[in-house]
Design a protein around this ligand. Structure first.
Ligand code: SF4
Length: 344
C-alpha cells in the first residue's frame, strides 16, 4: 500500500489541479462551502464563484447573520438552490455551537449533509481516512480492484470503500483524496482511460485485464425531459412582474416571472390563464419575442419570452412589481435571466 501512496502522491505533485478550495487554509468552513457548491455543479463553474462567495461570507458567523435572500442571490448560477438554504441553516447551527463536528453521525444530522458530504468533510476538513465516494473515486477503486460491479450499488460501494479506506489510512487522507479525484477526472476517465500515463498502471487489475473501460461503468442515465415554455415579461410603470417560488421543489425560494411550461408548446388560452392567475388585467402584448432555453440536470426548457405592457395595479399576492433596484436585491434563477435581457 505504501508504494501505491507514494506513486499517487508523486503524480499528484506535478499533475494535480490547482482548485481554489484546495488552497490553504483548508478550514472546515471553506471545505463545507466548496462541497455544497460542488454537489451537482461542475468544478469549473464552482471555481469561478467560490472566492467571491467567501469574500462576501467569510465564515460561519457571517453566513449565519446574512438574510437568506442575500445568500440565494450570491448562489445565482450555481443551481440547486436548496443547497444554499441548507448551507445557510447549517451555518446558523455551527455559528451557535462553535465548531463543525468531526463525528459522522453528527455531520449527517446537519441540513444538506448526506453520506457523501459527511465523508468529504471528514477527509478534507479533518484529514480522516473516510473515502468520499464520488463517481471518480468509485471508478478508480473498482478498476484498481478489477471489480465488475456496477458503481453506486451497495456491493460496489462496499468494495470501493474497503480498498480506499486502506489507501487513505496509509497516507495523508486529504491529499490522497484530491489525487484520486484528479486521477479519475483526467486520466482514468469513463470511456478512454489513459493507462499508459497512469501512476497506478502496474497495480491495476482492470488495465491488466486488457479492457479497463469495461470496469466502473456508470449506469445509463434516464433521458432528460424536454419541456416548452412561454415566459412573460410583463412591464408596468412600477417595474417587472415577478413572485417568489415555493420553498420546496425546483428553484425553491427563487423568484419567477409569469410563465407557462409543459410538454407541448403552450397555447394562447394557457397564456391568458396564467395572466388571470397573477391578477393582471388588460395587458397589451407588444408582439416582441425572443428565445429562451435552459438545461437542468434532469430536464430542458426551450421556448420564448414575450413582452407585455400592463397598468401598475397591484397583482395577486405574492406577485410584485420589481423595479431595477428591487431586481438587484432578489435571487433570480439563471433559467429566467432571458426575461431581463432586453432592458436591464
Ligand atoms: Fe484507470 Fe488505467 Fe490507471 Fe487502472 S491503469 S487506474 S484503468 S487509468
Amino acid at each position: 500500500m505504501q508504494d501505491l501512496v507514494r506513486e499517487l502522491l508523486d503524480w499528484f505533485s506535478f499533475a494535480g489541479r490547482d482548485l481554489p478550495w484546495r488552497r490553504p487554509p483548508r478550514t472546515p468552513y471553506r471545505v463545507l462551502v466548496s462541497e455544497m457548491m460542488l454537489q451537482q455543479t461542475r468544478a469549473d463553474v464552482v471555481a469561478q464563484r467560490f472566492q467571491a462567495f467567501l469574500d462576501r461570507f467569510p465564515d460561519f458567523a457571517a453566513l449565519a447573520a446574512a438574510p437568506l435572500d442575500d445568500v440565494l442571490r450570491a448562489w445565482e448560477g450555481l443551481g440547486y438552490y436548496r443547497r444554499a438554504e441548507a448551507l445557510w441553516r447549517t451555518a446558523g447551527i455551527i455559528a451557535a455551537r462553535g465548531t463543525l463536528p468531526r463525528a459522522r453521525e453528527e455531520l449527517l444530522a446537519l441540513p444538506g449533509i448526506g453520506p457523501y458530504s459527511a465523508s468529504a468533510l471528514r477527509s478534507f476538513a479533518f484529514s480522516l481516512p473516510d473515502p468520499a465516494l464520488d463517481a471518480n473515486l468509485r471508478r478508480v477503486a473498482l478498476r484498481l480492484a478489477g471489480e465488475r460491479l456496477q458503481p453506486g450499488t451497495r456491493e460496489a460501494d462496499s468494495a470501493a470503500r474497503l480498498l480506499l479506506g486502506a489507501l487513505l489510512a496509509a497516507g495523508p487522507p486529504a491529499l490522497l483524496s484530491d489525487a484520486l479525484m484528479d486521477l479519475g477526472a483526467t486520466v482514468c476517465t469513463v470511456r478512454r482511460p489513459q493507462c499508459s500515463s497512469c501512476p497506478l498502471q502496474a497495480r491495476c487489475a482492470a488495465r491488466i485485464s486488457g479492457e479497463p473501460e469495461a470496469f466502473g461503468r456508470p449506469p445509463v442515465r434516464p433521458a432528460r425531459r424536454h419541456l416548452q415554455i412561454v415566459a412573460l415579461r410583463v412591464e408596468s410603470e412600477s417595474g417587472l412582474l415577478w413572485r417568489p417560488r415555493p420553498r420546496k421543489g425546483l428553484l425553491a425560494g427563487l423568484w419567477e416571472p409569469p410563465h407557462v411550461l409543459g410538454p407541448v408548446r403552450p397555447d394562447e388560452d394557457a397564456v391568458a390563464s396564467v395572466l388571470r392567475e397573477w391578477g393582471v388585467a388588460g395587458a397589451r402584448d407588444t408582439g416582441e419575442r425572443w428565445p429562451m432555453a435552459h438545461a437542468f440536470t434532469h430536464q430542458t426548457w426551450t421556448g420564448e419570452v414575450r413582452r407585455l405592457v400592463a397598468r401598475a395595479e397591484p397583482p395577486f399576492q405574492p406577485g410584485r412589481w420589481l423595479d431595477a433596484e428591487a431586481l438587484q436585491a432578489v435571487a433570480l434563477p439563471s433559467a429566467f435571466r432571458a426575461v431581463l435581457s432586453k432592458v436591464w
